[in-house]
Design a protein around this ligand. Sequence first.
Ligand SMILES: NC(=O)c1ccc[n+]([C@@H]2O[C@H](COP(=O)([O-])OP(=O)(O)OC[C@H]3O[C@@H](n4cnc5c(N)ncnc54)[C@H](OP(=O)(O)O)[C@@H]3O)[C@@H](O)[C@H]2O)c1
Length: 235
Amino acid sequence: MKDQRIIVIGGTSGIGLESARRFAQLGASVTVTGRDAAKGAALDVPGVRFAQLDAARRAQCDAFFADHGPFDHLVVCASGAAGAGAFRDLALDDLQAGFDGKFWPQLNALQASLSGIAAGGSATLVGAISARAQQPGTAGLAAINGALEAMLPILASELRPLRVNMVAPGVIDTPWWHRVPDAQRSRLFEEMGAAVPAGRVGTAADVADVIVMLAGNTFITGSVIDVDGGWKLRR
Ligand SMILES: NC(=O)c1ccc[n+]([C@@H]2O[C@H](COP(=O)([O-])OP(=O)(O)OC[C@H]3O[C@@H](n4cnc5c(N)ncnc54)[C@H](OP(=O)(O)O)[C@@H]3O)[C@@H](O)[C@H]2O)c1
C-alpha cells in the first residue's frame, strides 16, 4: 500500500474510518469523504484527509473525482439505515429512502470514480449479509444489498482490468447502531453474538482487515467476502 492513493467514500466513521486508518498505517495516501463537515474536521488520523461529499448527489461525485485526480483504490462504505422492518408494516417510502441512502450513493460513487481510477486498481463495495441472511424483518435491506451484490460479478467482468469486490458484513459494532437505544443495543449484540459461531458481534477492524486485503490482492475480483462471524451457521 506504500504510496497508493486511496479514496474511502463514507470514511468518517465505523468501517470506512478503520479501513482508512489501516491504509494510512501501511503508507498509503488516503482521502475519506462524508456529508458531515464537522465530523470530517474532527478527524485526526495521520495520512488521512477529509473531503465533504454527499454521494447521493451525482453532480457532487463527478466534481469530487474530477478535482481529486488519479488514484489507485476505491472503497465505498456510505449508507443510511432506512428500509428495515417487517414487510407487512414496512413503509415503502422508507424502503425507497434506504435505496436513496445506500444503493444509489454506491453506484454514483463507483461510476463517477471510473475516470480517475488507475488501471490495475480496485473498487471495493461494502454490502451486507442481509442480502442473503433470510432474516425476518430484513426484506428491505435484502433488496438494497442484494441489488448491489447481484451487480457485483457483472461489474467485475465489464470493468476489467479494474478489480471489483464486495465485503458483506454481519452485525458490526459501529456508530451505524447508535440510533438504537444503548440498553436495547447491548441486548441485541449479546443475542446476535451468542447465535453465531464466533460468539460475538464484529468490530470495524474485522471488516477493515478484509477491505485492505481486497485492495492489495491482485488475484481476487468479482468476489463477495462475508465477514459475519459465521452467520449461516447460527442457532
Ligand atoms: N454496522 C453494521 O452492523 C453493518 C452491517 C452490515 C453492513 N454494514 C454496511 O457497512 C457500511 C459502513 O457502515 P458502518 O457500520 O461503518 O456505518 P457508519 O459508522 O454509520 O458509517 C457510515 C459512513 O458513511 C458516511 N455516509 C453516509 N451516507 C453518505 C453519503 N450519502 N455520502 C457520503 N458519505 C455518506 C457517513 O458519514 P456522514 O453521515 O457524515 O455522511 C459515515 O462516514 C454501510 O454500507 C453499511 O450498510 C454495516
